[in-house]
Design a protein around this ligand. Structure first.
Ligand SMILES: [Zn+2]
Ligand SMILES: [Zn+2]
Length: 333
């Protein structure tokens, strides 16, 4: 196969399935690298884009922002990467470097940021181009399929974990791809994990218990003791008041998703006591580098369900229905 005759799964219209298309040859601009995609993780955000809940995609669009690929051609300004290097391409695909957020170490909030698999074509494809300045190093020894889930589920989850602060007792609401990676980080740091799932979802609860959760239960029940912080991975607004009720004074509730259903109103008393609710938006390159250095030290092992490129719709549907334990990854090699 060559870059002249490559395949991609393409979104032509939100709310319709992706279509397997032959796409034209890609050629990197001076700041880009052309990658032969080895694997691409599937994120819940991809579902929000395909389903039309995130409303500003380029169209047609190749989704996918957890790309592991090998450099096959480098643009003329690329000095740091060489043909044959293996890199990861995350959600943050480009920033202006110039707005007040970029100039204060908060490029994740850049006013003009472009995101991979949303405003830039992503990795549900045999080949992709990416700005080399936003590519991340893949830890030595990590298999492509193991590395892919680290690139969003892992590193945006890691940013959530950092925002949750020093929390000996930490709640996770929703136990999917991100939580199953992040429980390994939290256990490594000695935190106690309280895993909340959809009421009655015994499969997710036993998965969390197998991975070392100290307590598992339904999201509409109270934990046995008040928590120091909670991270909400599921896109369900009703979990915000539930999590506020589960954290003690000074506790933080971190919303980790890019999209969430409306949050129902709640009494001020559950926010009182210096509890706080915050969102985590995107990632910085520094988050990515820090997390990818940490991953092999733990070491993080993702449970991966592998799909072929042309099975992307099926994989998205499995994520939508919560049918899998761990992470879904497309394999292109
Ligand atoms: Zn900026
Ligand atoms: Zn993602």
């Amino acid at each position: 196969m060559t870059a002249e005759t490559s395949r991609a799964m393409v979104l032509h219209q939100p709310g319709t399935p992706l279509r397997l298309d032959e796409v034209r040859a890609l050629s990197p601009s001076p700041d880009q690298v052309l990658l032969r995609v080895h694997a691409c993780g599937i994120c819940r955000t991809d579902l929000h884009i395909v389903d039309g809940e995130l409303t500003e995609p380029k169209l047609p669009l190749i989704p996918g922002h957890m790309i592991v690929g090998e450099v096959v051609e480098a643009g003329s300004s690329v000095l740091q990467l060489r043909v044959g290097d293996r890199v990861g391409v995350p959600w943050l695909g480009w920033t202006d470097g110039d707005c007040k957020y970029c100039r204060s170490g908060r490029e994740n909030l850049c006013d003009r940021a472009l995101f991979t698999g949303y405003q830039i074509d992503g990795g549900y494809a045999d080949f992709a181009v990416a700005d080399h300045r936003y590519c991340l190093p893949i830890p030595e020894g990590y298999h492509d399929l193991q590395a892919a889930p680290l690139l969003c589920a892992g590193l945006i989850g890691y940013r959530c974990l950092r925002m949750a602060g020093d929390a000996p007792r930490l709640g996770y609401y929703g136990f999917g791809s991100a939580a199953h990676v992040l429980i390994q980080v939290a256990k490594h740091r000695g935190q106690r994990i309280y895993a909340f799932t959809r009421p009655g979802d015994k499969a997710a609860q036993s998965f969390a218990a197998e991975l070392g959760a100290d307590w598992v239960g339904d999201s509409d029940t109270a934990p046995p003791e008040l928590l120091d912080a909670a991270i909400i991975f599921a896109p369900a607004g009703e979990l915000v008041p539930a999590a506020l009720r589960a954290v003690g004074k000074g506790g933080t509730v971190v919303c980790g998703g890019i999209h969430m259903s409306d949050i129902p109103s709640f009494p001020y008393s559950i926010l009182w006591g210096e509890r706080s609710v915050r969102s985590v938006a995107n990632l910085t390159r520094a988050d990515g580098e820090e997390f990818l250095r940490l991953a092999p030290a733990i070491p993080i092992h993702a449970q991966v369900h592998v799909y072929q490129l042309e099975q992307a719709n099926e994989a998205l549907d499995d994520v939508r229905k919560g049918r899998l334990r761990g992470s879904a990854v497309l394999s292109m090699v």
